[in-house]
Design a protein around this ligand. Structure first.
Ligand code: PRP
Length: 205
């Protein structure tokens, strides 16, 4: 039985459709309700819905054999897992954004608000800029508007959130998309089954 951690939400539903077409269907997963675990013994698969940012933890610890996580989460938490495939969906980017007209005063430490502290720290280390990080858990866009930070490092998909809050991208950091990841020992014991899934998924991408 292959255990699969799926990110709860629209992206996860899209991923499930891909897995179902690849030979791992489990129709009960689409039933409305609050249930989180679904099994199809015949197809040899068990799915569970988890918070997108928790998928990597389930897979790293072996509670799930495989899962799908955004590249943002993989960069931020650097879990000890195999990254097997870029699924080419859930595309967006990690970027620095600031209020329109912002000019960086290099003599001052730059204050950066973000949910992605490691990504922000690594990016500014690579540019040699001194920063202070303010770690927030959501609604990051508000921080520079209220003077809590100079800039933000956050995910930009359509750009609507930035636009509606009078912010703009000043630098792109890295592109993001959904990745298939596997627990290292689960991969060793189920190589054939997982490789088969990977090649079916590849044909769909
Ligand atoms: C994400 C991200 C941005 C928004 C970007 O927020 O943190 O706020 O989506 O999307 P857009 O470019 O299409 O507007 P999320 O919905 O995850 O909420 P939160 O970070 O505020 O919790």
């Amino acid at each position: 039985m292959l255990s699969v951690a799926l990110p709860k939400g629209r992206l996860g539903e899209q991923v499930y459709e891909m897995f179902a077409s690849a030979g791992f269907p489990c129709p009960s997963i689409m039933e409305k309700g609050r249930k989180l675990i679904f099994e199809n013994e015949e197809a040899g698969v068990r799915y569970f819905w988890v918070k997108p940012s928790d998928v990597a933890i389930y897979v790293e610890r072996g509670a799930a054999d495989i899962g799908v996580a955004g590249k943002d989460i993989l960069v931020e938490y650097a879990p000890d897992v195999y990254e097997l495939l870029d699924l080419g969906i859930g595309k967006c980017r990690m970027a620095v954004a600031a209020p329109r007209g912002f000019r960086d005063d290099k003599k001052r430490t730059l204050v950066v608000a973000t949910k992605f502290s490691r990504a922000a720290r690594e990016f500014y280390a690579s540019t040699g800029r001194d920063i202070d990080i303010i770690h927030l858990n959501g609604s990051i866009e508000i921080a520079p508007i209220l003077g809590l930070s100079d800039v933000i490092v956050d995910i930009v998909e359509t750009g609507t959130t930035l636009k509606e809050n009078n912010l703009e991208v000043i630098e792109s950091i890295f592109p993001i998309s959904a990745r298939l990841i596997a627990n290292k020992s689960a991969f060793k014991f189920n190589t054939e089954q997982i490789e088969k899934l990977v090649s079916s998924l590849k044909e769909m991408i």
